[in-house]
Design a protein around this ligand. Sequence first.
Ligand SMILES: NC(=O)c1ccc[n+]([C@@H]2O[C@H](COP(=O)([O-])OP(=O)(O)OC[C@H]3O[C@@H](n4cnc5c(N)ncnc54)[C@H](O)[C@@H]3O)[C@@H](O)[C@H]2O)c1
Length: 243
Amino acid sequence: MVALVTGGAGGIGGAIATALAGRGHRVAVADVDPVGLARKADEFGALPVEMDVRDEAAVREGVAKTVAELGPIDVLVHAAGVVGGVGPLLALPVAALDAAYAVNVRGTFLLTRVVGEAMITARRGGAMVHISSAGSFQPTVGLGHYEATKAAMNALVRSAALELAPHGIRVNAVAPGPVETPLTAAALADPAARAPWVERIPLGRLATTDDLVPAVLLLTSLEARHVTGTVLPIDGGQLLRSV
Ligand SMILES: NC(=O)c1ccc[n+]([C@@H]2O[C@H](COP(=O)([O-])OP(=O)(O)OC[C@H]3O[C@@H](n4cnc5c(N)ncnc54)[C@H](O)[C@@H]3O)[C@@H](O)[C@H]2O)c1
């Protein structure tokens, strides 16, 4: 089986890429971070694919490189994502929304199209798992622009699941609450800033990437063969709270 993991140099994508390799997949990691890509190549022989998910030509080249070097893609995990900035909607620079939109929405759209086309051509079916966010369902002050992009991602997941189902391609997402990764390291480093995040979580702790990997592996696998169009929260119960 061949898997392409975007954001594969990052915290969540990197952990998923390593786990897929551990399950015997041939794994391509795609990212804009060449140093992180080289690290994953050294770690387990991942195929490094420099790809900016905002750029259609780069996505096409990266998918073509993966197919040429590893074979038809069975699994896409799309973990590339950015927050773009933090601030209330009335004060946040519009550039923050544009940055989050370009990676989180346009990137998801392009990956879905290009990998979807490749999977249809290969006639082997497939599974896509996108990394959304619990914020797509529940607001946090200062993150409204980012949450809007993740809600758009959920909508793309549902449409893609419907349109690709006749080809045996399943499309799902997971919606994590806060996870300790490089993306959140600065925000969570200060104990005073960290406490309110933890207090929102009924299970009483922030997630690590180890909390996400098993659910993502399940959605990529044939054990989830009748599951499509879902957005699965992995949030320690945070969504049970109203905000
Ligand atoms: N960490 C969290 O608390 C958390 C919670 C919910 C959802 N998420 C989502 O999980 C995903 C992964 O986040 P993470 O915490 O691992 O962050 P991360 O910053 O560790 O990893 C993100 C990766 O995406 C890459 N990337 C950024 N822009 C890109 C682009 N244009 N093209 C290709 N790659 C690009 C980065 O280089 C990085 O390696 C993101 O979509 C994020 O929104 C994270």
